[in-house]
Design a protein around this ligand. Sequence first.
Ligand SMILES: Cc1cc2nc3c(=O)[nH]c(=O)nc-3n(C[C@H](O)[C@H](O)[C@H](O)COP(=O)(O)O)c2cc1C
Length: 234
Amino acid sequence: MEIGTLEQKHPGTYTFNEVLRLRKSCRGFLETPVPDDMITSVLEDAQLAPSNCNTQPWETHIVSGDKLKELSEAILRVNKAERFTPDFSFDTDEYHDRYKERYFNLGKTMYEAFDVKRDDKEGRKEVSDLNYKFFNAPHLAIPFMPSFGDNVRVGGDIGMYGQTFLLSLTAHGLAGIPQTALGFFAGTIKEILNVPSEFKMLFGISFGYGDPNAAGNSFKLGRDPISNNVTFHQ
Ligand SMILES: Cc1cc2nc3c(=O)[nH]c(=O)nc-3n(C[C@H](O)[C@H](O)[C@H](O)COP(=O)(O)O)c2cc1C
């Protein structure tokens, strides 16, 4: 089962096992907007995410329509000018060993899907810029977070919220993608959405109906066997 065949079952009838295995990051959306009541239903699901001390530290903004277009244009502009305003550092050079291997494998798989060669800098940039067009998604969710201490725990809470949101999208027959790439422009995004600067941004989630024919949806990333990640003690 892939994105695009999801509507063959009535949304809401997937088993947990199916939802987990159907979810994947969607890199190509149809323009069709998601009905408001369905967006509300996804938000209500995500609200059930666990958090440290039940602080529920997510202040979620949903951006659609003209505002989303404005956001995309602004991000493409500041990206071109290399005006980055992230709340948190991110350096893929810090990946090492098997983490680095997995990171390289993602890049290879993705650029092959878009038919971009390794040394084609311009082509790679074009693919990367799709992030800033939200992969054509009609909606964007950003769970802004209050700042507590070193923000590691609140960041974990936002991750829990993000995954619950993504799984709910799948269960509703929708698709989404979390995007750290948007976090590089946290300052610009907060300015446009009138979010006070004391709130932080880790990632945004573009969402909508997945386009089954999009090049960006033609692959599914695998996972290592659990023996590579799990240690049992007794
Ligand atoms: C917090 C987070 C941020 C991510 N940021 C991006 C991003 O900026 N651009 C992108 O194309 N994919 C992004 N991804 C998607 C990952 O590449 C993807 O989850 C991973 O390759 C596994 O593939 P899957 O989600 O299809 O299972 C992000 C994923 C997570 C969890």
